[in-house]
Design a protein around this ligand. Structure first.
Ligand SMILES: Nc1ncnc2c1ncn2[C@@H]1O[C@H](COP(=O)(O)OP(=O)(O)OP(=O)(O)O)[C@@H](O)[C@H]1O
Ligand SMILES: [Mg+2]
Length: 492
């Protein structure tokens, strides 16, 4: 595939500026770049969701006009979208097999074959819990991500586009995806792979192209370039590996979760101290998000108690959690995080609207001031605080979500996948912000699938498996190998 001189303008931004890009048959071509560099915009053009203002795409030397997603499919282009594209009220099977459904006589759908095909696909990721008939709305974000991947591969594409396919997957699922990618490569499929995890790029890609400010900066074979060089090209400056010192932790147990169970988690017991960052690790389906939801009042607690600063807190719904100053930053910014149609500034103040009232009216000046402060703190790339949140790139939406919760000043902050889709430069800024929250005496609970992140950020790590806590590590005793071993139940 050849992309020549593609330009795409949005109001106030030149998202792509005469981009050239070449994809060979059977190669894995990675694209890296800061949040807002234009990666997803190009992928949306290749998959027929957006139309370029200028430029040309050709496939096997003949020009290709991808006017809509259906034409992309017909031409063998299949995409795993960064902001998933599943239909929540349909089953896994209906979501995965949308194109060329198996049919019986008289054009009726052959459900039996469809479920069997879907079951075989689910086996690729070893997901025994997931059944073809399960509705997508019942899945966690990571499980949805697996379904999104299976949906894209089910049609045996010629070109497979993966836009941040692993942002909520843990290492074990990443391995399964890489195995799948290698199989596809052998069959001659070409793959475009976008990720902010450079480790993944060096593991799976044959070539890598850097995007910056809507331009393609350079393309290299993977063996000819070092990680540091890529980072410097992406952000235009050097970034040192991040190291965090020790937090100043009080010895008192500040937030205590005592033996709670819900429909989805069993007998969970742990505590967080004032000033501590605790992270929870586990494979997809281990029950981490379900734990957060139980604490925050989204899933009813069937037994057990919780204590904050010495007194019991009873939480039956999220409003009660917020009242007790417990915040939960959801992993799913699209579904349950942001108000996408509202402006950036409205989103920043959304969780604490009452404090911006002046004689019954919203104090616009105050809202603007606060929004600007947090846009600056989290380094959101935008042209105006009044642009809709939907027009931000994936990583910048993530920063906005954090900004909205940081400003309510909680005592206990639970963050599910804090840096999902955030680029390397901004990642460090977010780590700093989280650390500052802890330093101010809050208790921070981080749920992350990114092991290096967990090791950098946390004072203590607990590991979940099969909806229970199976292990706890202090920062100094934790290693990637040990954590993975307890998450998978394999002895080392
Ligand atoms: N629908 C839209 N309306 C206005 N601006 C948009 C729209 N979609 C994207 N943009 C802007 O285009 C630029 C490129 O965004 P894009 O989503 O392609 O970035 P990206 O490289 O995928 O970033 P990320 O790593 O955060 O996913 C950004 O400045 C973004 O705000
Ligand atoms: Mg993107």
């Amino acid at each position: 595939m050849k992309v020549e001189g593609i330009t795409k303008k949005f109001p106030g931004v030149l998202a792509l500026n005469k981009v050239n890009f070449e994809l060979f048959k059977g190669e894995v071509h990675a694209i890296v770049g800061e949040n807002g560099a234009g990666k997803s915009t190009l992928m949306n053009i290749l998959s027929g969701i957006l139309h370029p203002d200028e430029g040309k795409i050709s496939l096997s030397c003949s020009e290709l006009k991808v006017e809509n997603p259906y034409m992309a499919k017909v031409n063998g282009i299949s995409t795993v979208y960064q902001e998933l594209s599943l239909a929540d009220s349909l089953s896994i099977a209906e979501n995965i097999i949308t194109y060329q459904k198996p049919l019986k006589r008289f054009g009726f759908v052959d459900w039996e074959t469809m479920y069997k095909r879907c079951d075989n696909l689910l086996k690729l990721f070893d997901k025994k819990d997931l059944k073809p008939k399960t509705l997508v709305k019942e899945l966690s974000l990571a499980e949805k991500q697996v379904v999104e991947i299976l949906k894209a591969v089910s049609s045996e594409p010629r070109i497979l586009i993966l836009d941040e396919p692993t942002s909520s997957l843990s290492r074990l699922e990443v391995d399964k995806l890489f195995y799948l990618i290698r199989q596809f490569k052998k069959k001659g499929t070409s793959i475009i792979y976008i990720s902010h995890h450079l480790r993944e790029i060096f593991e799976i890609a044959d070539r890598v192209t850097v995007f910056r400010d809507g331009k393609d900066i350079c393309t290299n074979k993977i063996g000819e370039v070092k990680e540091q060089q890529l980072v410097t090209k992406m952000v235009g400056r050097e970034i040192k590996t991040f190291y965090m010192g020790y937090n100043n932790i009080s010895s008192k147990e500040y937030f205590i979760v005592d033996n709670i169970s819900s429909k989805k988690i069993k007998n969970i017991k742990f505590n967080v101290k004032k000033g501590e960052i605790l992270s929870i690790y586990g494979l997809v389906g281990a029950g981490r998000t379900e734990l957060a939801k139980a604490i925050f009042g989204l899933d009813p607690i069937e037994q057990g108690q919780m204590f904050l600063n010495g007194s019991e807190v009873k939480i039956k719904n999220p409003a009660m959690a917020v009242k007790n100053r417990i915040a939960y930053v959801s992993e799913d910014r699209k579904e349950s995080g942001l108000y996408l149609e509202k402006t950036i500034q409205d989103n920043v103040v959304s969780s604490k609207l009452y404090s911006y009232q002046k004689m019954g009216w919203m104090d616009d000046g105050q809202v603007k001031k606060m929004a600007e402060k947090y846009i600056g703190l989290t380094k959101i790339k935008c042209f105006s605080a009044k642009q809709p949140a939907a027009t931000l790139s994936g990583g910048n939406q993530q920063k906005l979500l954090l900004a909205a919760w940081f400003q309510i000043d909680p005592l206990i902050l639970i963050i599910d996948e804090p840096t999902r889709g955030v680029d390397i430069g901004a990642r460090n800024e977010i780590y700093n912000l989280i650390r500052n929250m802890a330093q101010e005496g809050k208790g921070v609970i981080i749920i992350t699938s990114d092991l290096p992140e967990s090791l950098i950020l946390s004072d203590r790590i607990i590991v979940m498996k099969d909806r229970r806590i199976v292990k706890e590590f202090l920062r100094d005793e934790a290693t990637e190998e040990k954590i993975i071993a307890s998450a998978t139940g394999v002895a080392i």
